[in-house]
Write a protein that binds this ligand. Structure first.
Ligand SMILES: C[S@@+](CC[C@H](N)C(=O)[O-])C[C@H]1O[C@@H](n2cnc3c(N)ncnc32)[C@H](O)[C@@H]1O
Length: 210
């Protein structure tokens, strides 16, 4: 396969569109993403009635996971890709009908939520693509309650050099190292920042408190 075709296909990780986008979104809902998400979620306590926002929710598998972990809670998902939003709505249709879930199209750079709305904001496999990361983190912080938590989970900890081939293929992608994320989160006003690395897979999980 040519580099251009690879690049066209994998750019759908940044913003799923069209046929390849639909394939990508289906892929994101299973396999290694699921295992990594479960690993990341093990670093936060989720009460049954928590209110959660999942930014860059993709195909909605993590929204579904969060709804299961918080059976009396409310989960919102947002994604700037209409393909992701459609899939996420389909996956979580029951909870949407029950009034426990809402999925919206929108950007991490302009979160359409009130100040202090959420106990937890999650971002799985998505911060690599956010424009102006520090401003986005400020926006996340604004939507969190005082003492609320931000959870970032990335498949790549940015420490091995593996990220270079993806960054070449996917325009605008940046794989943050733990130190970079810590610095941006601190600059955005977060505290108690904890970094976890899965040594086997080089997954990265960062939690931070508003
Ligand atoms: C690799 S997928 C991950 C999806 C999902 N979080 C998961 O782990 O399965 C990245 C998702 O983030 C979304 N995304 C990227 N940048 C975004 C932004 N600035 N605002 C909102 N969504 C964004 C993409 O559209 C895509 O659905």
């Amino acid at each position: 396969m040519s580099n251009r075709l690879f690049s066209k296909i994998f750019s759908n990780a940044r913003k799923p569109e069209g046929f390849f986008g639909r394939m990508m979104v289906n892929g994101m809902n299973g396999g290694s993403h699921a295992r990594m998400a479960q690993w990341g979620l093990s670093f936060v306590n989720i009460n049954e009635n928590v209110s959660v926002l999942d930014v860059g929710c993709g195909g909605g598998a993590n929204v579904a996971r969060l709804l299961e972990l918080a059976p009396k809670g409310r989960v919102e998902g947002i994604d700037y890709s209409p393909v992701s939003v459609k899939k996420s709505k389909a996956v979580n249709a029951k909870a949407i009908a029950a009034g426990r879930c809402r999925i919206q199209e929108g950007s991490a750079a302009a979160l359409p939520y009130a100040d202090g709305e959420f106990d937890l904001v999650t971002a799985f496999e998505t911060v690599y693509f956010w424009p102006g990361i520090e401003e986005c983190f400020r926006g996340v912080r604004r939507t969190l309650k005082e003492g609320g938590r931000f959870l970032i989970v990335n498949e790549d900890d940015g420490l091995t050099g593996n990220n270079e081939k993806w960054e070449k293929m996917i325009d605008g992608m940046h794989t943050y190292t733990p130190d970079e994320l810590r610095n941006y989160l601190t600059a955005a006003g977060f505290h108690d920042i904890d970094v976890h690395i899965n040594d086997q897979h080089h997954w990265l999980c960062v939690t931070a408190i508003r």
